[in-house]
Design a protein around this ligand. Structure first.
Ligand SMILES: NC(=O)c1ccc[n+]([C@@H]2O[C@H](COP(=O)([O-])OP(=O)(O)OC[C@H]3O[C@@H](n4cnc5c(N)ncnc54)[C@H](O)[C@@H]3O)[C@@H](O)[C@H]2O)c1
Length: 722
């Protein structure tokens, strides 16, 4: 029927379809997707009003005209929305919830046809109807916890009443995306059908409900009534899940626990009361620094991906690659390239190294087969696309060579020159060096415009970041091609201007120097690790140095000392704790002893424990022992890191605060809920940081704020304006 729509908005419309039924179709104008911004929520309420008024409608089907159903709330609105007072946020939520409840209260049955992504607010929309039919390709879930939030459009009310508190808590606290079959299993959806059958199946269900074959009123009563749990069940579900979630999420991620508390508090209430409880709890959580940082992180991630896409457009597609060196890194890079569909020649000078490289790739592929992520045939095929070799035979066919031989400038330079003579014109040559200047290495090649750094992290298959480092002469096209290749390998490229330590190590080492200073002044390394892990780091600085390798750390430290002598060179004439570890060949996890001692447990996992010898060895380089406060430990580590991040930004090493912060999160595991060093600075406030810097001014230049920091404080500016 082509009657005029009953309601037409910018994001959705309502029209009558055949036989007395109506359709509410999400079709956001001028956009490829549907999302719930404030305007759309308002339109939903108006649509419900129009539907209610009609009087002759037998049932409603809710659909989408896009590939997605509704991707969720409009996260770009969160920053400004959550600046408002708690009271205002509650008001906004209560107003929004009226739209969803109005759909739920329509005087006829309602069915959502979920055709694609239905996350967050999108799934909450579907929950407000009586039934849900899902395409087998849909993506369902309530991922708000990943943003430091929980569902605020009725998700914590309707989902537990529909699928049980235990299942709902798992969905909401975990924030994972759900497959349609899993959703069907817990009755979050009523049917799953092939995409081309979706509309017909949803309409059929609607018709059957309207004809009384299904008791839609009972279904609705279940969602709008109290949660059906007896007191003993309730106690079991809530107390066990709270204990579990507290252990999993930890104190730094308060949202999941707050969601469970809201569900519990609202359990004995009907929908409207329960929604009020949800709104109040949501407003509290929306004001946390964690939510602020995690929302920022999500937006930063999108920005970085956008940049990545632009590089893919501007660069040449790498069809065939070569890797020099089949060691830890070369082997990993070859594997990653092959797995993502770019065949690779892996060259080494030693047969044994090639065997080891292939063995490692085989091991990783077998694991994927075990986990049923790959068939044995596919794994076999991937392995066959890594070709080990001892010579330059087919190097003329490759578009890029990634050099990952030993970290020695002389060897690297000769290998690079030798390689350039073997490849066709225009081939990009990228070095995976972790510490040698790209401009210095570029002097070895005739075409420095085709040469740059491509810094992977260990283990390559797991670490998401690749620093793409350009030298003075690197061409824009070479940068774009390498960034595009990194993206094709499933990695996130961040483009960095050449400087000692590049981005990540340059910022990490001042943090390490903060650590060495705290040790010198008598702090206990075990306590430091505990405090910094409590702050949110995956491992404390002593443990991290052991994992990186004390020898590696020592070597990179030398490079940085030379690069930034004013603040990273030890000019005291006294040894540091790192020197002591290094001189005693305590290289860390790799040789079983560093700051900690390592033993393997029966499962073959390394276990660490504090070694009394470490304390003995450190005594001569420590000024007695002090019980340093948590705050001092945190400040002594974090201030040098923040300042160096600012310096990188000021020096144009990265273009934006987003790239600096994302580099730290992806490269060294900066606590995500703090958003990165610059976001952390925004959170505590630049004035406070300057005060702290003044307090530690006696510790030297590492604690000296930059002019730009003083200016930011004076002008009250943020790195990430709201
Ligand atoms: N291991 C890490 O954590 C890490 C992280 C990032 C970057 N890197 C960098 O990656 C590079 C490789 O490091 P690695 O840890 O894989 O070292 P590795 O010692 O495990 O491997 C180096 C390999 O290069 C081979 N090789 C030496 N000369 C060669 C030549 N002329 N042609 C071909 N192969 C040659 C060696 O036989 C060896 O197999 C270094 O520049 C290092 O700084 C290492």
């Amino acid at each position: 029927m082509s009657n005029a729509p009953m309601f037409q908005g910018q994001s959705l419309l309502v029209e009558k379809i055949d036989n007395g039924y109506a359709e509410l179709r999400f079709d956001r104008q001028g956009d490829a997707i549907n999302k719930f911004d404030a305007a759309t929520v308002k339109e939903l309420g108006q649509a419900a009003e129009a539907l209610k008024k009609d009087g002759a409608i037998k049932g409603l089907i809710v659909t989408s005209a896009k590939d997605v159903f509704i991707v969720g709330a409009d996260i770009t609105e969160f920053g400004a929305s959550f600046q408002r007072s708690e009271e205002d946020i509650v008001g906004w939520l209560e107003e929004s919830n009226k739209s969803f409840s109005a759909i739920e209260d329509l005087p006829f049955p309602t069915v959502t046809a979920i055709n694609g992504i239905a996350l967050g607010g999108g799934f909450e929309m579907a929950l407000s109807t009586d039934y849900r039919v899902s395409s087998s390709t849909a993506v369902i879930g309530l991922p708000e916890a990943k943003l430091g939030l929980f569902p605020g459009f009725g998700g914590t009310v309707r989902l537990p009443r529909l699928i049980g508190a235990d299942n709902a808590i798992e969905w909401i606290a975990g924030g994972e995306q759900q497959k349609p079959d899993a959703a069907l299993k817990v009755h979050a959806v009523d049917a799953v059908v092939a995409p081309d059958k979706l509309r017909a199946a949803a309409l059929k269900l609607l018709q059957q409900a309207a004809e009384g074959k299904y008791d839609w009123k009972a279904r609705r009563a279940q969602k709008t009534g109290k949660l059906q749990l007896n007191p003993i069940e309730a106690m079991m579900v809530f107390s066990t899940s709270k204990a579990f979630i507290a252990g999993q999420a930890g104190k730094n991620y308060p949202a999941p626990l707050a969601a469970v508390s809201a569900i519990e508090k609202a359990a004995g209430k009907g929908r409207d009361e329960a929604l009020k409880i949800e709104s109040q709890a949501f407003a509290k959580i929306a004001k946390t620094t964690q939510a602020d940082a995690l929302i920022g992180l999500f937006l930063n991630d999108q920005l970085i991906k956008k940049k990545g896409k632009a590089y893919v457009k501007a660069g040449k597609k790498v069809q065939h690659a070569a890797v020099l060196g089949a060691g830890i890194m070369g082997g990993g890079i070859s594997y990653q390239s092959a797995v993502k569909g770019v065949p690779v020649i892996m060259k080494d000078i030693a047969d044994k190294a090639l065997d080891l490289g292939m063995e490692e790739a085989n091991k990783l592929l077998s694991k994927q087969v075990e986990r049923k992520k790959l068939t044995p045939e596919k794994a076999g095929h991937i392995l066959s696309t890594i070709r080990p070799t001892l010579n330059y035979g087919d190097f003329k066919t490759v578009d890029i060579v990634v050099e990952a031989v030993v970290e020695n400038p002389k060897i690297k330079k000769s290998v690079l020159a030798e390689t350039e003579a073997q490849v066709k014109e225009g081939t990009i040559i990228a070095s995976n060096t972790s510490s040698i200047s790209i401009d210095e290495l570029a002097t070895a090649v005739k075409h420095p415009e085709n040469f740059l750094g491509m810094h992977f992290f260990n283990p390559v298959h797991r670490m998401p970041l690749v620093e793409v480092i350009y030298g003075e002469k690197t061409s824009k096209e070479a940068i774009a091609t390498v960034a595009a290749y990194a993206a094709a390998m499933g990695k996130t490229p961040i483009v960095v201007k050449n400087c000692p330590g590049f981005l990540v190590n340059r910022i990490l080492f001042p943090y390490f120097y903060g650590f060495l200073g705290a040790l010198r002044d008598g702090a206990d390394f075990v306590k430091i690790d505990k405090v910094m892990e409590g702050f949110g780091w995956p491992m404390g600085p002593a443990y991290l140095q052991d994992v990186v390798g004390i020898d590696t750390s020592h070597h990179v430290g030398d490079v940085l000392a030379e690069g930034y002598p004013d603040r990273m060179k030890n000019t005291t004439g006294e040894k540091t704790a790192l020197d002591v570890m290094y001189e005693n060949k305590r290289f860390g996890q790799k040789n079983g002893v560093g700051f900690y001692k390592y033993e393997t447990d029966p499962k073959g996992k390394p276990k660490k424990f504090a070694d009394p010898t470490t304390y003995e060895l450190l005594k001569p380089v420590q000024k007695g022992q002090v019980d340093m406060s948590e705050e001092e430990i945190i400040d002594r580590h974090m201030l040098p890191m923040i300042i160096e991040t600012v310096r990188c930004l000021d020096d144009g090493i990265v273009e934006t605060p987003t790239e600096a912060d994302m580099g730290l999160i992806m490269g060294i595991g900066f606590p995500p809920f703090r958003g990165g060093a610059l976001k952390y600075a925004d959170t505590i406030g630049m004035k406070t940081i300057l005060d702290k810097c003044a307090k530690y001014a006696h510790l030297g230049k590492l604690y000296e704020p930059t002019e730009s920091m003083k200016k930011m404080a004076a002008e009250g500016r943020l790195y990430f304006p709201k």
